[in-house]
Design a protein. Structure first.
Length: 116
């Protein structure tokens, strides 16, 4: 079950990373609402790709999934902040980031038990 959650989370973040990295027009438009520089969108995209690869690698290495989960928590808190406080978007816009945040926290908690 946890492996399925890791894969779903990794795929979702991976898609988001590619959308940012390739500067898909709708994402560029969103990014402009957040008032962050476009170069940061590329950096976040690369970080998301690295995290997604780590999350998949975490299927075999619990340290990778733990680190990727923490990275995703940080990214999703930043995403929620950008949607609500920077772009002043409706609360419904944070649903995908909130789901990823919750999944990331579940993966972290599950793997924290593995280290105990």
């Amino acid at each position: 079950m946890m492996t399925i959650m890791q894969v779903i989370l990794a795929v979702f973040i991976l898609v988001g990373g590619f959308i940012k990295l390739f500067r898909i027009p709708f994402q560029v438009e969103h990014w402009q609402h957040y008032q962050y520089p476009l170069w940061l969108m590329s950096v976040i995209g690369i970080v998301e790709l690295i995290g997604a690869i780590g999350m998949i690698g975490g299927i075999w290495n619990p340290y990778l999934v733990f680190v990727s989960g923490v990275l995703f928590v940080i990214l999703m808190i930043g995403a929620i902040h950008a949607h609500i406080f920077r772009a002043h978007q409706p609360i419904g816009m944070i649903i995908p980031a909130t789901i990823c945040l919750i999944l990331s926290m579940m993966v972290i908690m599950w793997n924290f038990k593995v280290f105990s």
